[in-house]
Design a protein around this ligand. Structure first.
Ligand SMILES: [Zn+2]
Length: 392
């Protein structure tokens, strides 16, 4: 338990991804003081670009965690307890009087005071921190990904823009970051348990599914976002060796190295007619070409005695007339396409393995079904689900 009190560093999980707006997003910066400016600008960094303060995101996620656990079970003096106090209503799990009492009980023993605080703290305070306890989950500010978007100006709640102008001579507007604006998302957990990671993943799933919203004007539909995890790194301290290999970091979202090697060495399927070795020779030539076309293929293959009149017989192409035989290289490329060795795309030929790499944008849609991410969800959210089951 002492590690979770943060008096030592054992392990760190770093989640990285993109948080993109689905709708407008308004995180206010307070009045700008400029009479010509909008009444409610969005928060900006020093260079004027909008960003999402990590504290705003943490606030939303923490409130949702409190709502999930509040009043669901009495606080028990157990190490793993699912319960939440009510900070907003001024009912913290560890009060000022508690703190004073712990310090009187354990003068000059800060470790004992920390342990007493920990024992009386609720699930949410233990993870997200309180005045008495350090947070073990951090939300750095979220910078924009790419260039600054054109901010939207929207009318205020229930106020007709023209009428408001006529009534007071003051335009009432607020600024919003437009939909489809991506921000770089980072969440860091220290000395976590699996179920705590599961809780965080669950809360972000709620954000992604629209059950939670960010910023202001959420009753008007603003603040809906999408979450796309891209990298999950686990760093653990190698005990007993604080020097050379102090930390080892593992990227949990990337496949094992063995799997990666297998896929690059995987043989692509070749046509099965005619002479197998001849197809293999041509396949080797195709792999070496900077760009695949029949002229280049014919030229390189010609050096190894592949001449057009003989192609049909050697490769079993079934070409009979001299006119058909002149098209032999076209037929050869087509056979490679038919077998799955080549892919034809927009009039050019690609090795099937390269065409997979080029298909990155389409693959993003598959991210939701990423089996590695699914495994992590099973592990972390599974631990949370089990604890929930055992508690309630
Ligand atoms: Zn609490």
């Amino acid at each position: 338990m002492s590690a979770r009190l943060l008096d030592s560093f054992d392990q760190r999980l770093r989640l990285e991804g993109v948080l993109a707006t689905r709708t407008g997003l308004h995180i206010g910066a307070g009045s700008s003081g400029d009479p010509l400016a909008t009444d409610s600008p969005v928060v900006r960094n020093a260079s004027g670009a909008p960003y999402i303060p990590g504290s705003s995101l943490k606030g939303v996620v923490r409130s949702a965690a409190e709502a999930l656990f509040r009043n669901t079970m009495p606080l028990a003096d157990a190490d793993e307890v699912l319960a939440s106090c009510d900070h907003i209503a001024g009912k913290p799990c560890v009060t000022h009087d508690d703190l004073t009492g712990f310090r009187e009980d354990h003068p000059e023993d800060s470790q004992a005071v920390a342990e007493a605080i920990w024992a009386k703290s609720c699930t949410v305070c233990r993870l997200f921190g309180s005045l008495a306890i350090a947070s073990r989950v951090r939300f750095p500010d979220l910078p924009l990904v790419g260039g600054a978007p054109l901010l939207e100006l929207r009318n205020g709640v229930g106020i007709d823009r023209d009428k408001e102008l006529a009534a007071s001579g003051v335009l009432y507007d607020f600024e919003a970051v437009p939909p489809e604006t991506p921000f770089q998302l980072t969440v860091i957990l220290d000395n976590y348990t699996d179920w705590e990671v599961g809780l965080v993943l669950y809360l972000f799933e709620q954000l992604d599914q629209g059950g939670l919203a960010l910023g202001g004007k959420t009753s008007r539909g603003l603040g809906q976002v999408r979450i796309d995890w891209q990298k999950i790194d686990e760093t653990s301290l190698e005990k007993g060796n604080p020097f050379a290999d102090l930390l080892s970091t593992r990227e949990l979202l990337s496949p094992d190295e063995e799997t990666a090697t297998e896929s690059t060495e995987k043989e692509l399927p070749l046509p099965t007619t005619g002479n197998v070795e001849d197809w293999q020779t041509l396949a080797t030539i195709l792999r070496a070409l900077p760009a695949i076309d029949k002229t280049q293929l014919g030229k390189q293959a010609g050096k190894q005695d592949f001449v057009k009149p003989k192609l049909s017989d050697r490769l079993g192409l079934g070409l009979e007339s001299p006119r058909q035989k002149r098209r032999a290289w076209d037929v050869v490329l087509q056979r490679f396409v038919d077998s799955g060795f080549l892919v034809e795309k927009n009039g050019r030929y690609l090795l099937a393995e390269d065409s997979l790499e080029e298909a990155a944008p389409e693959e993003q849609e598959l991210a939701e079904h990423n089996p590695v991410l699914q495994k992590l969800y099973d592990r972390y959210v599974g631990a949370m689900a089990q604890l929930w089951e055992a508690t309630y």
